[in-house]
Every structure is written in structure tokens, then in C-alpha cells.
Design a protein around this ligand. Sequence first.
Ligand SMILES: [Ca+2]
Ligand SMILES: [Ca+2]
Length: 270
Amino acid sequence: MKKIAIPLLTLTLIFTLVSVKPALAADWQFPQTITQGSWTCTGAVSRMTVDDSDRVDCQEPNGGGGTYIDFTFGSDPPAGLVLHFNGYYSANHTVTLQCYTGEGIWTNLVTLTSSLSADEDIQDIHLGECLTNVIRFNHPANENQTHHFYIDLLMREVDPDATATFTATPTATNTATPTITFTPTSTFTPTPTFTSTPTSTFTPTNTPTPTVTKTPIPGHTATYDAALASYTVIAQENYPTTILLSVLCGVLILAMIIWGVITMINRRGR
Ligand SMILES: [Ca+2]
Ligand SMILES: [Ca+2]
């Protein structure tokens, strides 16, 4: 039983240690040191990592002509960060948060509300061109030891607006849509441009014409007509007679044939 319990206990201990291991903060995120000058600040810098009413307490000097406190972060910040302050200033003087932009230039970020007794929370203080590792609480007025400046949280973080700006958008929004719809604006009607027209008409160039016209001879024509008329009259007048003679000739020929046949039969009969 002990052989099983010991490894199990060891694994449980390792798992617990891994589970409770705090996430490492970037060294540009929280202040690491306080340069308080004539001020008197008490409390570790770690108090400024969580908004939990556990504050760094900085007391003004007495009778000074204006001083400041510098909070130095672990490293210069990358671009696109904002500052988050939580705390309060108890007196009625002006205290300004400044950042160092280099070459002796301090830029005002925000002015704290005066005469407070509880934390004010100021988020998304844009650092702009402040890419150094120092944030200053500047107090230009004469000091008074009864005045206190409390810092519960002081941190730099990624600009949430910048994060939102660079959030990937679904590609579906980029679905291609037809951008050109072709609509015919005119109807093309073909018109014949070429009409074939006969350029020449064939006409016979040579019409044979009788070169010799046979003209009746007047004398011959009259004779012919007269003869035709005479023959016609004669034919009409003698038509019955002709028919009768034709019939008689036929009868005669038939009689001769019959006679011939009878004679030949009789001769064969003898
Ligand atoms: Ca607080
Ligand atoms: Ca705190």
C-alpha cells in the first residue's frame, strides 16, 4: 500500500505546484522601482500589481517647491500599450501623470482628481509616443506633509481598442459578390449593307430574222383559191353519186369474189 501511496502523493504534489504557478508578467507591465526624491513612499512595488486596496503610500515633503516621484518599469514598452492607474490623491494640489519621451521631454498623460478619499480608476491612458520605461507623478505646487498620494494599481497593458481593431474578421464577410451585371443597352439589328443587284441584263444581241420573205404571187394565189372553190363545189355536188358508185363497185367486186369461189368449188366437185 505504501508503495502505491508514495508515488501518488508525489504526482499530486507536482500537479499542485504546476497548477498554482502564477503566470509570468511581461517586464514592461509593472513598475520595478520607485525614485521618490524628497517624498516618503512606503510599501513594496508589488502592491501596485493588483487592485486590492493594498496601496503604496507616498507622503509629500514639507515646504518644498514642487517635486515628483518616478516609477520605473522593467523595460521600455512595445508600441500600442495603455496605462491603467488605480489610486487617489488626498489633497487639493494638482498631480499629473507624465511619461518620458526622451531627450528631457515629459508628456502629460492625465491629471488626477484632487481631494479624494477613495480610489479613482483611470484606464486606457494612451501612451502614444511614450516608449520609455518611466512614468512620473508630477507635483509642481508647494508640498505639505499632510498630503498623501496612494497607488493601488499601476500597470501597462495592451490597448484593448487596438486588439479589437486587429481581431480577425470572418472571411465570410469577404464573400465575393457579383460586381458587374451586364445589361444590354442596345439591341443589335443587323441591316444588310449589300444588296446584290443585277448589273447587266442579258439581251440577245442577234435575233435571227428571216431575210427572205416568201410573198405569194398574186396570180398564183387567185388561181389556187378559185380551183379550191371549184373543186369543193364539184365534190359537194357529186358526193352522193360518188358514194353510190363506190357501193356499186363494192357489190360488183363482192359478186365477182363469190362467183369465183363458187366456180372453184364446182370444179373441185367434178
Ligand atoms: Ca483600488
Ligand atoms: Ca494594490
